[in-house]
Ligand binder design. Structure first.
Ligand code: FRU
Length: 518
């Protein structure tokens, strides 16, 4: 009986909280019914204002500004003739949309690639003593592909003398040709101090190729990697290669990212990584096992920024999967980017592994902390306002089974669980909302092996209108997933929630980054 009365009191308390919450949130929101209040529109992830987007391209920092170019088709919400769309940001969280940067021409569509600031004007594209920005991308000739040729993907370059706003294509394009490899694309370029050269890595079907250059125009093939290494369940795409220090030491390792489609650990598109050494020509991996950046279904084609101010490695991925990317139930726009994530290396025994975790600046988006009852056996009311996201953090002992359920009043739910017996972390989005639009969106429980440790570890779940990003142990284990709930997930249930299993629950509501845009 006592328990019953307590429950009634608690419900009344939660009901009241909901009213207060609605009051509190009014300040952050404009009542305008704009594109950013569409159903499923992410409130703090990047989306194009309208139409189709896939991979991030040309991630580069220049003159206090982060540029995000991206695969874009301005005429439809499905994939088509590829352009580079463009947005700029000062903090990687608030974005300003810019005009299209690169459009198809007689050499083909503009596929994925990268961008650098050519500080010493090695390319000669500079003007008035100002270093040019140079973009390196793949040309995809539809005519060539339709004619059944094998030389339809080549590499081109373009330069900008106005800080990345407008671009001129180089007259000598293509700068790298090929006559026999059908999948020959996605160049990533960076400056390599040790060899005093520009290095370009691209993918060629089932392996990567390395080129070098003094001027970004003339490239020599110097090495290859991968036929015998890593996962090969699909085509290799979107490579990246960079050096990182191992946590708190001077020891450095090279990290190679390779996206692969299909063949991901839970189906469809995913990104694998290798740890090893690179001497300007050859990459030598330290391990034979296959390693994945993310075990969720929706983190693909992720690459990192060139020239970041503190020399940090910041990755943005495309938050979708080619299995169903073109069928997701959004109307005006399609696809979002992941949160920007810092990549770091840590030692796991003798092995070196990669973490990915939201940049610290994300914490600046907190609107308010949710006040909830400490009786954790009860569902916690997160929020009622669809324009706020939630950032849920707690510490858990994952040597015991744990289930975390997000749900809404429409009885939809998203479930994350840890099972120490099977040593698997799992995600189930079978009942997460609209799920029937595409192959394999909800057919399978996603799983990731983990090592249960007898101590409290951090679990963080960041929930936006159409995504849930989960980070365990600060990004050692990650699941990124799209979800399309009929209404915002407003409830959270962690079980069990006794002191021995879970502690330090903190729930923050996250502001929309698009309010100022309206
Ligand atoms: C990866 C990818 C790239 C290609 C681009 C085309 O998602 O297939 O390999 O450059 O998309 O839009």
């Amino acid at each position: 009986m006592q328990r019953f009365i307590l429950l009634i009191l608690l419900s009344l308390f939660l009901y009241n909280c909901r009213d207060n919450e609605a009051q509190l949130n009014v300040d952050y929101l404009s009542s305008k019914d704009t594109i950013y209040s569409e159903q499923f529109r992410p409130q703090f992830h990047f989306t194009p204002q309208a139409k189709w987007m896939n991979d991030p391209n040309g991630l580069v920092y220049n003159n206090d500004t982060y540029h995000l170019y991206y695969q874009y088709y301005p005429d439809s919400t499905v994939w088509g003739p590829m352009h580079w769309g463009h947005a700029e940001s000062k903090d990687l969280l608030h974005w300003t949309h810019k005009p299209i940067a690169l459009a198809p021409d007689s050499l083909g569509y503009i596929f994925s690639g990268s961008a650098v600031v050519d500080r010493n004007n090695t390319s000669g594209f500079g003007k008035d003593y100002k270093p040019p920005m140079v973009a390196i991308f793949t040309y995809h000739s539809m005519e060539g592909e339709k004619a059944g040729r094998s030389d339809f993907q080549t590499q081109g370059i373009a330069y900008s003398n106005d800080d990345g706003l407008t671009w001129k294509k180089y007259k000598g394009n293509p700068v790298i040709k090929n006559d026999s490899i059908r999948d020959f694309r996605d160049p990533k370029v960076f400056w390599h101090d040790a060899s005093n050269k520009w290095i370009l890595i691209l993918v060629a079907g089932d392996h990567a190729l390395f080129y070098n250059s003094d001027n970004l125009k003339d490239w020599s093939l110097v090495g290859d990697f991968g036929k015998q290494f890593g996962a090969h369940g699909g085509v290799w795409e979107c490579p990246d290669l960079f050096k990182l220090n191992i946590d708190n030491t001077d020891e450095e390792k090279w990290v190679l990212l390779i996206s692969i489609n299909p063949g991901g650990p839970n189906g469809g598109s995913a990104t694998q990584y290798f740890i090893g050494n690179f001497d300007g020509k050859t990459f030598t991996p330290d391990h034979l096992d296959v390693r994945w950046l993310d075990y969720g279904m929706d983190n693909y084609a992720g690459v990192t920024y060139n020239h970041t101010p503190k020399n940090e490695r910041i990755l943005i991925g495309w938050m979708s999967n080619w299995n169903y990317a073109q069928e997701t139930p959004t109307e005006e726009w399609r696809s979002a980017m992941t949160l920007p994530r810092k990549l770091t290396l840590y030692k796991d025994g003798e092995e070196v592994r990669l973490r990915n975790y939201p940049i610290n600046e994300f914490d600046n988006l907190v609107a308010e902390e949710v006040d909830f009852s400490t009786d954790l056996e009860t569902t916690i009311l997160l929020k009622t306002n669809p324009r706020l996201g939630s950032d849920i953090t707690f510490r858990a002992n994952l040597t015991k089974p744990l289930t975390v359920k997000l749900s809404n009043r429409s009885r939809e739910d998203f479930v994350f669980a840890a099972n120490p017996k099977t040593q698997l972390l799992t995600v189930d989005r079978a009942n997460s909302g609209v799920v029937d639009f595409g192959k394999e969106f909800a057919t399978k429980k996603q799983s990731q092996p983990y090592l249960p440790q007898d101590k409290m570890v951090e679990v963080r779940m960041i929930v936006d209108a159409s995504s849930v990003e989960i980070f365990v142990e600060k990004g050692k284990y990650v699941f990124t997933n799209q979800v399309f709930p009929a209404e915002t997930y407003s409830r959270l249930l962690i079980s069990p929630a006794d002191d021995e299993s879970v502690e330090n629950i903190e729930i923050n509501l996250i502001k929309s980054v698009w309010i100022d845009e309206e």
